[in-house]
Design a protein around this ligand. Structure first.
Ligand code: PEP
Ligand code: MG
Length: 324
């Protein structure tokens, strides 16, 4: 099987009935670049910029960030790279900027933190824009968005950054802008935001955490945390239907993208871009090449009728087992 998986690298992830799925890699470390390419990633679907911030001793300067981001974009030239703005707070602390809160998962994190510290965000934006230059690869992804004002404030800052750089005679291009759909409040607002966004990406890790009110890192309740929970599946189906109706490109970049049973469901609800750790790509490609989108759609409909994780897993995994 190992040799078979390796030879898959250059084949497209196309289902048996001809639906093409784009497979991207999640990363945050430069060390992940080569494994992504070696495993056939068609781009980077989630670059977690907090990782270079977490391994640094202080906030990295614009030049340091430029250096890092340039390497990522250069390695994936001609392919999409989704760079997420700094997503610290919650489960992602910065050693040199401790935040003490009673309820960090509901606190100062993601876009909220960045908009309150706009000079940090400005530095990061300038570094991203300079790294991308006139290339078309850069997509900027905003974490933890839950209200319209956050998108508008970000667009304002982006406009300022573009203007500043133009004033400095730096060649830059307006990047594509999207949000992580990971706070449940975002779901109902997607139709209103479609005109402001170029794409959306489902963050199924946090979306499950917030829908189920289950701390994703608390071992006491970890047994109950599952992205296959029927409530999560219903919300994902709703997001996919809205994205289709609003013609908003959709991807999913949480752990769910590499869970075979979940992938059957996602294919069946119309998700056509998945981003996951590089090592998971070959297996998921193999799965997609062995199933039809029509069959996945039927299975997804059946899954949405069920009321518990065990029954849903049995349905989806049963269908996978039949093909070995
Ligand atoms: C997510 O929340 O699903 C996600 C992809 O982001 P992170 O795991 O970095 O919070
Ligand atoms: Mg998240």
């Amino acid at each position: 099987l190992r040799g078979e998986l390796a030879s898959l690298r250059d084949l497209p992830a196309t289902t048996t009935d001809g639906e093409r799925v784009q497979l991207l890699a999640n990363t945050g470390l430069l060390a992940d670049i080569s494994p992504g390419l070696a495993n056939g990633a068609e781009g980077i679907g989630l670059y977690r910029t907090e990782m270079p911030f977490m391994i640094s001793e202080t906030f990295p300067s614009e030049e340091e960030q430029l250096h890092t981001y340039s390497q990522v974009l250069a390695a994936y030239r001609g392919r999409p790279v989704y760079m997420r703005t700094l997503d610290i707070g919650g489960d992602k602390p910065l050693p040199y900027f401790p935040i003490h809160e009673e309820n960090p998962a509901l606190g100062w994190r993601g876009i909220r933190f960045c908009l309150d510290n706009s000079s940090l965000l400005m530095t990061q934006l300038r570094a991203m824009l300079r790294a991308a230059g006139s290339g078309e690869e850069l997509h900027i992804l905003l974490p933890m968005v839950s209200n319209t004002g956050e998108i508008d404030a970000f667009q304002g800052l982006l406009g300022d950054a573009l203007e500043q750089l133009a004033g400095e005679h730096v060649t830059v291009r307006r990047p594509r802008i999207g949000i992580m759909v990971e706070v449940p409040a975002a779901i109902s607002l997607l139709p209103a935001w479609a005109g402001k966004l170029d794409f959306i990406s489902i963050g199924s890790n946090d979306l499950s955490q917030y829908l189920l009110a289950l701390d994703r890192n608390n071992p006491r309740v970890a047994g109950a945390y599952d992205h296959i929970h029927p409530a999560v599946l219903h919300e994902i189906a709703r997001i996919a239907a809205t994205a289709k109706r609003m013609q908003l490109p959709l991807s999913l970049c949480g752990e769910m993208a590499s869970d075979p049973a979940a992938v059957v469901f996602l294919l069946g609800t119309g998700v056509r871009t998945l981003s996951m750790s590089a090592s998971k790509l070959p297996r998921i490609k193999w799965l997609l090449r062995s199933i039809s989108a029509a069959e996945a759609e039927q299975l997804a409909q059946q899954a949405l009728e069920l009321d518990n994780v065990a029954a849903i897993r049995q349905l989806l995994e049963g269908a996978l087992q039949q093909r070995g």
